[in-house]
Structure formats: structure tokens, C-alpha cells
Design a protein around this ligand. Structure first.
Ligand code: GTP
Ligand code: MN
Ligand code: MN
Length: 368
């Protein structure tokens, strides 16, 4: 009988886009610890260790076996000495001292709390921390703190938004957005993307791509959709970023950069009656909850790139781009794939994987 286990680790590929990673993570006790380290370095904006730890976590998530001893871990790609020490500590003591130290760190706790507010990034959080602020009530009481519209809504809807959404709630949101789009643009198409397309059971928002076959029409879709949501009394907040797409732009080298498509970040009102078994989904007595929704409207010929770029996971995207650049000498982003002097066209995601010489990965295998 063939055993799945350490003997097969030589087959673990170094890039996340070459590994099939489902939501069934067999090494959660290690990846949870690594993710604390990733988050700490993200919050304090230290790049090097952030990259190393997120690659290591991603490798462990993809393993079809649970690590039960150190044997063979030295052969895993992207798993360095520091990660191995952490694995060893967890195997031996059930916890990691470095992780415990971070979890108890006041700066980490405060930055994590502040960035949990919609509209607050690491820079703002750190600015508030350096002003001596430690709690939401201190922020809200400080006359010198100026909250932008996004942050005001982040605080206003904090309880709902910080709870995240279940897959059932995401389906209810999909029905609302679908009905709205059919009303204002019957020829447009809406598809689910982001974490829920990858089959996740929980998410912080629901992401959709909206397209139309009529050239140029994609730029008017989001205002129409937001207008209709507003009429229905469902639009609690909207931030619209019109398209800045220049069709000849060479793909961007930086992954974190925003893309150029028309997009909007929304807070919608989700009525409890829409959610199956909605009783526990919405706060008692109110009948609705706030949910975060992202919409992106690319031109139809960029649909495949948008779908590949917005399905995630973030680590999968980073490694796709790195693979394209380092292994293929190509540039990939949410808009295009550029090979030396020319752009490579794609109708489906499969075309892009094929251009890159990668085996196709289904969305639910991209939970790197
Ligand atoms: P959740 O936290 O559950 O929502 O996980 P998620 O994987 O859905 O994350 P998120 O909604 O933040 O993003 C989904 C995907 O879209 C990720 O791969 C992001 O990189 C991508 N994405 C989202 N917004 C933008 C954006 O403004 N610009 C770019 N370039 N990519 C984006
Ligand atoms: Mn999402
Ligand atoms: Mn999103």
C-alpha cells in the first residue's frame, strides 16, 4: 500500500500556482502560528520576513499529510530554519514562544484592532498608535483625529463587518446583486469571484465581476447598479473608482498595486429573510445586517485576467506573477500577460495557465 506522507515531499513544488491547495488544511496548527508572524510583519510593514513566512505557510497548507515529526521537513521548499524551529516548538510544547510573545505585544494587539476597521490600513493604525491611542473610544473622542468617509462607516458598521460572512450569506448577497444587475442591465453578466469562488466557508466580503459585451458600456454599469441599490434602500456606503485603464499599459511589477478597472467598494444592507436559516445571521430585532461587497467591471476582453486576478488567494496571485516573471520572463497582472514585445490574449483562465505553461488549477485548488 502506498502511504501519503513524508516520503512524497520531494514532489512539493516551490510556487503556490503549481500546487493544488484546497480549504482542507491538514497543518492548521502550524499555519495559524505562521500567520500570526505574517500579520505582525504586515502590520509593522517589514517585507522580508512577511514574504518568507507567508510562503512557508502556503507550502504547509498544500501538504496532503499532517506534519507529525521534523523528519523530512528540511526537504520542503520555502520552509527555512525559523519555520522549522517553530514547527519543532509546536510539536514539542504545543505552542511557539515567538508567537505567544507577539500575541501578548501591545503594539501588535492595537494595530490588529485598528486595522480591523474598514478603511484603516497599517499606516493610519500606526499613526494612531504613535499618538498614544489604544482603543476605539479613544480614537472617536480625539478631536485631532479626522476620519474619512470610509472609516466613519467602518466604525458605524463595525460589529456587523467584523463578524465576516458565511457561504449562505454570500449566496443571499449574490441573489440581491444578481437581481439588481438584471433590472438595470439585462444584458450584463455577474459572476462570483474572491474567496467564495474558491469554496471558502467564511469571508470578509463578497466579490463580483460584472461585464457586458457592449464595448465601453462597462464604465456605466457600476453607477447604474449603485443607483438601483440606493433606490431599494440597500446601499449603506459606496466608494467608486472609475476606470483608469490604458489599454497598452505594460503589466505592473508590484502585486499590491490597485488595478485600473472601474470598481466599487460597498457596504450593503442584507435582509435576514434572504438568508436561509437567517435567524442567527442577522442581529435579533433588527432584521438586517451590513455586508461588504466589491464589484469590478472590466472590458469583456479582459474578463479572464480579471477573473484570475480577483479569485485569489493573495499568495496564489503573488506566486503566479513571480512564476511568470522569474520562470517565463513574462509580466502578468489583473489586466494582461506580456511576453517580451507582445500581449498574449486570453478568453478563459485556462488560456492564461496554458500561456504560462502551468497545469490548470480549479478555483477551489487556489487556497494557497
Ligand atoms: P476574504 O478575506 O474572505 O474576502 O478573502 P478574498 O480572497 O476574497 O480576499 P479579497 O476580497 O481581499 O480579494 C480577492 C482577490 O481580489 C485577491 O486576490 C486580491 O488580490 C484581489 N483584489 C481585490 N481588490 C483588488 C484591487 O483593488 N486591486 C487588485 N489588484 N486586486 C484586488
Ligand atoms: Mn473577498
Ligand atoms: Mn474583496
Amino acid at each position: 500500500l502506498m502511504r501519503t506522507g513524508p516520503a512524497q515531499q520531494s514532489t512539493v513544488c516551490p510556487y503556490a500556482c503549481q500546487r493544488r491547495t484546497t480549504t482542507a488544511n491538514k497543518n492548521k496548527r502550524f499555519t495559524d502560528a505562521l500567520e500570526v508572524l505574517v500579520e505582525y510583519h504586515e502590520l509593522t510593514e517589514i517585507e522580508g520576513p512577511r514574504v518568507a513566512y507567508s510562503r512557508a505557510a502556503s507550502v504547509l497548507k498544500s501538504l496532503p499529510w499532517t506534519i507529525e515529526s521534523m523528519g523530512g521537513t528540511e526537504a520542503l521548499p520555502c520552509v527555512g530554519e525559523k519555520t522549522r524551529t517553530l514547527i519543532q516548538e509546536i510539536l514539542q510544547y504545543g505552542r511557539s514562544f515567538e508567537v505567544e510573545k507577539i500575541l501578548a505585544d501591545e503594539r501588535y494587539q492595537t494595530l490588529k484592532l485598528f486595522t480591523s476597521v474598514f478603511g484603516v490600513g497599517p499606516k493610519t493604525a500606526d499613526k494612531w498608535y504613535r499618538r498614544g491611542l489604544r482603543s476605539f473610544s479613544q480614537i472617536l473622542a480625539d478631536p485631532d483625529v479626522q476620519l474619512n468617509r470610509m472609516q466613519q462607516n467602518g466604525f458605524l458598521h463595525y460589529t456587523d463587518l467584523s463578524r465576516g460572512l458565511s457561504a449562505a450569506e454570500a449566496r443571499a448577497v449574490e441573489a440581491v446583486v444578481g437581481e439588481t444587475v438584471r433590472t438595470v442591465a439585462p444584458n450584463a453578466r455577474v459572476v462570483l469571484t474572491g474567496g467564495f469562488r474558491r469554496g471558502k466557508e467564511f469571508g470578509h466580503d463578497v466579490d463580483f465581476i460584472v461585464t457586458t459585451a457592449e464595448p465601453g458600456r462597462e464604465n456605466s454599469l457600476l453607477p447604474l447598479i449603485m443607483g438601483r441599490l440606493e433606490e431599494q434602500g440597500l446601499l449603506l456606503f459606496q466608494a467608486h473608482h472609475p476606470s483608469t485603464l490604458a489599454l497598452k499599459k505594460i503589466p505592473c511589477r508590484r502585486f499590491e498595486a490597485m488595478d485600473y478597472y472601474s470598481k466599487c467598494f460597498l457596504i450593503l444592507k442584507l435582509e435576514g429573510s434572504r438568508v436561509q436559516g437567517g435567524g442567527q445571521a442577522v442581529p435579533a430585532g433588527r432584521g438586517w445586517r451590513a455586508v461588504r461587497v466589491d464589484l469590478v467591471a472590466p472590458p469583456i476582453e479582459r474578463f479572464a485576467f480579471t477573473q484570475l486576478g480577483w479569485t485569489g488567494s493573495k499568495q496564489f496571485e503573488r506566486d503566479l506573477r513571480r512564476f511568470a516573471r522569474v520562470e517565463r520572463n513574462m509580466l502578468l497582472d489583473n489586466h494582461a500577460l506580456f511576453d517580451k514585445a507582445k500581449f498574449l490574449a486570453a478568453v478563459t483562465e485556462k488560456d492564461i495557465f496554458a500561456h504560462l505553461g502551468l497545469e490548470y488549477m480549479e478555483p477551489w485548488q487556489r487556497n494557497a
